[in-house]
Design a protein around this ligand. Structure first.
Ligand SMILES: Cc1cc2nc3c(=O)[nH]c(=O)nc-3n(C[C@H](O)[C@H](O)[C@H](O)COP(=O)(O)O)c2cc1C
Length: 341
């Protein structure tokens, strides 16, 4: 009889029963959804973010980044949701962390989402006091000021991470967008600053045009099943960074199936995070993915996911250049691509 393969993994120093983690999304605002995620096999959950703007809306301390936007600080603030429109006020967020911890056995990762090195960072400690097992710091910024140098942005990010690390003992991961001049260099700097892991990547939410209202509107997009481009961003960068940084690597973007999970583990992911799939097809989809993962491992005679983790990262493959410009040149110099191959 087959022995079930060992799906366990380590993320941010935490032992997880499997690599399926739920990433921050609105389903996590609800305790019964969080319980359903645990029951369906999630090994950890990341709660939706508490935003810097929620914390600093009244104290007007969004110092560095909003003053570097194209528009004035006051004007930018008028576009943020009013405090009552944020789903959870800061104190309610802390209560949600407490309740999630009480309701779940799996690790609860809280999320702080902001960009500047200001007083809002105190919430990291409050989140720790509320019982979170780890903190994910989402550094989401859209630079528009032509006078703002890339290095100034990266310096500020490193300062934020250092400040958060200095204020808590729980592990801290950093969620990034893929759009940096040299992501490997920034990853290294964040690693040195003490980040316990990187979450690659944020989904870049661009605004849309409403043709009836004739307005620019916020309209979140989900990654659809088979969205190869979303998946290949973390696949490429985790493959490049595996073994080059001390911290853990979490994949986020475009993960919908066990095959997606397997590919990301092979290039070096410690965990794979799902959001769109659960919003599109229900929390129970986690069960199916976990089952398919187990079947694949049994069929391919793997005893544990540890056996395949990193086996196809840049440092492991015969042709490391497959992750670089030479891949691009080869990919676009062939004939017309055949869909699905
Ligand atoms: C509607 C929506 C809300 C989200 N809320 C958050 C959030 O509060 N904090 C955060 O770090 N990421 C948030 N995300 C990003 C997801 O956690 C995830 O990184 C991204 O959607 C890519 O993964 P996916 O392709 O599985 O959706 C949100 C995404 C969506 C679509």
């Amino acid at each position: 009889m087959d022995i079930a393969p060992d799906l366990s993994t380590t993320y941010l120093g935490m032992h997880l029963t499997n690599p399926l983690v739920v990433s921050a999304n609105p389903l996590g605002r609800n305790l019964s959804n969080l319980q359903a995620m645990q029951a369906a096999g999630a090994s950890a959950v990341v709660l939706p973010s508490l935003f810097e703007e929620q914390i600093t809306h009244e104290s007007h301390e969004l110092d560095f980044f909003l003053t570097h936007g194209t528009y004035s600080y006051a004007e930018a603030l008028t576009y943020f949701p009013e405090p009552p429109r944020f789903e959870l006020a800061p104190d309610q967020y802390l209560e949600h962390v407490r309740q999630a911890k009480a309701a779940l056995d799996i690790p609860v990762i809280a999320s702080l989402n902001g960009v500047s090195n200001g007083g809002w960072i105190d919430y990291a400690r409050l989140i720790q006091q509320a019982g979170a097992d780890a903190l994910e710091l989402n550094l989401y910024f859209v630079p528009t000021d032509p006078g703002l140098a890339s290095l100034a942005i990266e310096d500020e990010f490193v300062d934020v991470v250092s400040a958060v690390k200095a204020s808590v003992e729980i592990p801290v991961s950093v969620k990034l967008s893929p759009y940096f001049t040299n992501l490997a260099a920034l990853a290294h700097r964040l690693d040195v600053a003490g980040a316990d892991g990187l979450v690659l990547f944020n989904r870049f939410q661009q605004p849309d045009v409403d043709l009836e209202l004739l307005e620019i509107v916020p309209r979140p997009t989900l990654s659809p099943v088979g969205d190869e481009q979303s998946l290949r961003l973390p696949l490429c960068w985790i493959g490049i960074l595996d073994g080059r940084i001390r911290g853990s690597l979490a994949a986020s973007s475009g993960i919908h199936t066990a095959q997606d999970v397997l590919k990301l583990l092979m290039v070096g992911a410690d965990v794979t995070m799902l959001a769109s799939e659960l919003m599109l097809n229900g929390i129970d989809k986690l069960r199916r993915i976990r089952l398919d993962l187990t079947h694949w491992l049994v069929d391919h005679e793997y005893k544990s996911i540890g056996q395949l983790q990193g086996s196809l990262s840049q440092r492991s493959v015969t042709f490391p250049a497959a992750f670089e410009r030479s891949h691009y040149v080869r990919a676009v110099s062939g004939g017309v691509p055949v869909p699905g191959r």
